[in-house]
Design a protein around this ligand. Structure first.
Ligand SMILES: [Fe+2]
Length: 246
């Protein structure tokens, strides 16, 4: 399996807070059948967590890769980020091209303030798409506006934007409302990808195997493969993603 959303690079955001934790997260992922992780530190969430594309990012990423090599951990890691799009600097930032897309593909993992409005989110997603990128919407089931009106996510899906649900939401670890919205989107067949959004090795962990029993309640075997393997693989290879037909 491929995990497209994971805060595993140590020290760079609120994810792994030591090299030891990062290695534990990597080993847990491997044990649970994940062989590839796209590293997606928060980007632009505040001036303290920039993680824009550039030398600092490249150095952190290379050091992390070297750390895994030193510890003989055979996990494939790829570059990426989780862009916080609820800021007024978005237009300027997009135009500067200083953003690390998922494995340098057209696909950009994008997150919002949980209580941002649906209109503002749609405007930001459209702004990203107008620049030739394809937004991968991080955990829409966690946003207030989607929890109140899941049709919003249907509209994003119809525009060809990618819907990424969190493992933790589907396991009920991120609140009842996220669970209900997440399972609703899943049962509607508009989810494209499930990812861990792991931050540590205790509460928000790596690994995707634990979510499979929940997926089996709502999805066919074929759809589960699409969510955990086929679509993430298309994204890291910069391939087109057809709409799921379930
Ligand atoms: Fe995240």
């Amino acid at each position: 399996m491929i995990d497209l959303h994971c805060h595993i690079i140590p020290w760079i955001d609120d994810g792994a807070d030591s090299a030891h934790v990062a290695c534990e997260m990597a080993e847990h992922a491997l044990r649970s059948g994940v062989d590839t992780i796209v590293c997606t530190p928060h980007c632009n969430i505040s001036d303290d967590i920039p993680n824009y594309r550039g030398r600092d990012y490249d150095v952190c990423f290379s050091m992390f890769r070297a750390l895994l090599r030193q510890h003989d951990i055979p996990l494939r890691v790829l570059p990426g980020c989780e862009l916080f799009a609820s800021r007024s600097n978005l237009r300027k930032l997009l135009d500067s091209r200083r953003i690390v897309t998922l494995n340098h593909s057209r696909y950009l993992l994008t997150e919002f303030n949980f209580n941002d409005s649906g209109e503002r989110m749609t405007a930001a997603l459209d702004m990203i798409a107008r620049r030739g990128m394809i937004p991968v919407i991080a955990h829409p089931e966690r946003y207030d506006c989607v929890q109140h009106d899941p049709e919003l996510a249907v509209g994003w899906f119809a525009k060809g934007y990618i819907i990424q649900l969190n493992k933790g939401s589907l396991l009920g670890l991120l609140g009842e409302r996220a669970f209900h919205a997440g399972t609703h989107l899943l049962a509607s067949g508009i989810a494209h990808v499930i990812a861990s959004d792991a931050h540590d090795e205790r509460y928000r962990t790596t690994g995707l195997r634990s979510v499979i029993p929940v997926l089996e309640r709502f999805c066919s075997e074929e759809y589960i493969e699409l969510l955990l393997e086929t679509n993430p693989n298309r994204i890291i290879r910069d391939r087109h993603i057809p709409a799921p037909d379930f």
